[in-house]
Design a protein around this ligand. Structure first.
Ligand code: ADP
Ligand code: ZN
Ligand code: MG
Length: 490
């Protein structure tokens, strides 16, 4: 009965070494007010100079979002007074943002749609205010840090869609290496705008939810807000245009301030910075940084390797993790490509992920992992070729990590190679025949009586004994076959 409209404004901190208009270090968590200079402190008479790397990274994101990069792009002054910004204006972009009219696809969890991007623009961040008891403290380390703002059209219809948008954008900027995507530290922040209206009547009056610092809060806040607004309209009341905050302790949105009339920032073109005209050389650099994006990669992995949605999604979580998977698959021998891919996916999403989290290794740091793609591939290859049992493969993997040696060397050292030689397995079987004569006798009786269930149970038990006799090294298939034959023989 109501239509919902959601538009997001996402701010991302670019991973430039220095700030956007001065040479100060751009870092999170440093001693307060140590990364500052006259430029980012807004002293009179200083001149800003554009960090070209910030512009390059921004344009790469703009391209990934299918935005048009205009022939001329410039900065504007956005005037307002607030203690976290000493100049009393913010250098931003207004009339000619660096990225215009793009779109991005979101896909997953039964959602598949295009979200239009209105624009993206580069600006400087403000400082940070810390309120403690009766005093407020100011840390200007963040003032002047490169900030890219991405503004969507109101194309999302639910909290779930907005959450997916944020998650996929986060993945994208991490793949591009332009932002660490850390929402808790504020490297990626979202403001969410939502309105509802009678079906078919177009946009309603919007409410803005500010500073949502997790994608889950984006979903929860928006869905709460949709219900709140629907209840108001149901009662015949009107919605006031205002800014609200998500209160995570009470699971509700609360008013912050009303916006009766639009802010008037008195924008005008920043006179201290020249117009930026991207030339061919610059655009070539922008495009060179465009790696295969997460959604493209996810689709390719599904198609090329026959992975299901969940596998592909989990493997594409980080670029380095997807690289690890593909490198492993490439190196496995002895099976069809899709079978190799399944084996690699099972290992990586199972045991490997488990080990990584236990060792506190981030997925994007997997290139430093001792069990590298080539080592994992050789373990999987040995399993396929019957040279290593499943049980010993896990031990081998752990030992490779602990001892930092090649799997073949580990197996040799510990004597873990699988025994597929029939004679050796048969020797082990003979030993078990003596030790477990009663079980064999019972199995034969059960077989004679046609109790197949009992035969199966006893066969499994006896196969286990043969494996144990060889310390887990006997080829399980051969051992099982021999046990069955032994029971059948009278
Ligand atoms: P403002 O001038 O208040 O910043 P904008 O028109 O610049 O508003 O839009 C800011 C964000 O709000 C955009 O992401 C846009 O898609 C979204 N938005 C604008 N109007 C509405 C609306 N009526 N309902 C939902 N979202 C909206
Ligand atoms: Zn500075
Ligand atoms: Mg706006």
């Amino acid at each position: 009965m109501y239509d919902t409209f959601i538009g997001l404004e996402v701010h991302i901190h670019l991973l430039t070494k220095t700030k956007v208009f001065c040479g100060c270090r751009s870092a999170f968590g440093d001693e307060p007010n140590t990364n500052i200079c006259p430029v980012c402190m807004g002293y009179p008479g200083v001149l800003p100079a554009l960090n070209i790397e910030a512009m390059r990274m921004s344009c790469t994101v703009a391209r990934a979002l299918h935005c048009r990069i205009p022939e001329r792009t410039w900065f504007d002054r956005k005037q307002y007074f607030y203690p976290d910004m000493t100049k009393n204006y913010q250098i931003s972009q207004f009339a000619s943002p660096l990225g215009q009219e793009g779109w991005v696809e979101i896909e997953g969890r039964n959602i598949n749609k295009k979200i239009r991007i209105r624009e993206c623009h580069l600006e400087e961040d403000a400082g940070k205010m810390v309120h403690t008891g009766t005093v407020s403290l100011l840390d200007y380390n963040r003032a002047g840090v490169s900030l890219l703002e991405i503004v969507t059209e109101p194309d999302m219809r639910s909290g779930e869609e907005a959450e997916l948008f944020i998650q996929q954008l986060r993945r994208m900027v991490r793949y591009l290496g332009v932002c660490d995507g850390n929402m808790e530290e504020g490297s990626l922040r979202a403001d969410a705008n939502i309105s509802i209206n009678i079906s078919g009547a177009g946009l309603g009056r919007k409410v803005e939810l500010k500073n949502l610092n997790s994608s889950r809060f984006v979903r929860l806040g928006l869905n709460y807000e949709r219900e709140r607004q629907a209840a108001l309209l149901d009662e015949g009341k009107t919605i006031i245009q205002e800014t609200r905050l998500w209160n995570e302790n009470r699971d509700r949105t609360e008013p912050m301030r009303t916006k009766e009339n639009a802010n008037d920032y008195r924008y005008f073109a920043e006179p201290d910075l020249p117009v930026f005209i991207p030339d061919e050389q610059f655009l070539a650099k922008v495009d060179a940084a465009l790696v295969e994006l997460p959604l493209e990669r996810l689709r390719r992995l599904k198609k090329e390797y026959g992975l299901n949605d969940e596998q592909a999604d989990a493997l594409c979580e980080e670029k380095a993790f997807a690289d690890y998977f593909e490198e492993t698959v490439k190196r496995i021998e002895g099976a069809e490509p899709k079978e190799c891919a399944q084996k690699a996916a099972n290992w990586i999403l199972g045991d490997i992920k488990h080990i990584l989290s236990k060792e506190k290794i981030e997925l994007n740091a997997i290139s430093n992992f001792k069990l590298n793609a080539s080592r994992l591939a050789s373990i999987i290859t040995m399993i396929i070729k019957g040279e290593l049992s499943g049980k010993n493969a896990k031990q081998t993997a752990l030992a490779v990590i602990a001892e930092d040696k090649e799997p073949a060397a580990i197996i040799e050292l510990h004597g873990w190679a699988q025994i597929s030689d029939p004679e050796q397995v048969s020797l082990a079987l003979q030993a078990v025949c003596q030790k477990e004569a009663a079980a064999f006798a019972e199995a034969r009786e059960a077989k004679a009586a046609g109790n197949e269930k009992r035969v199966a149970t006893l066969s499994a038990f006896l196969t286990g004994k043969v494996l144990a006799e060889t310390h887990g090294r006997a080829n399980a298939e051969i051992a099982a076959k021999f046990v069955r034959e032994k029971i059948a023989a009278t």
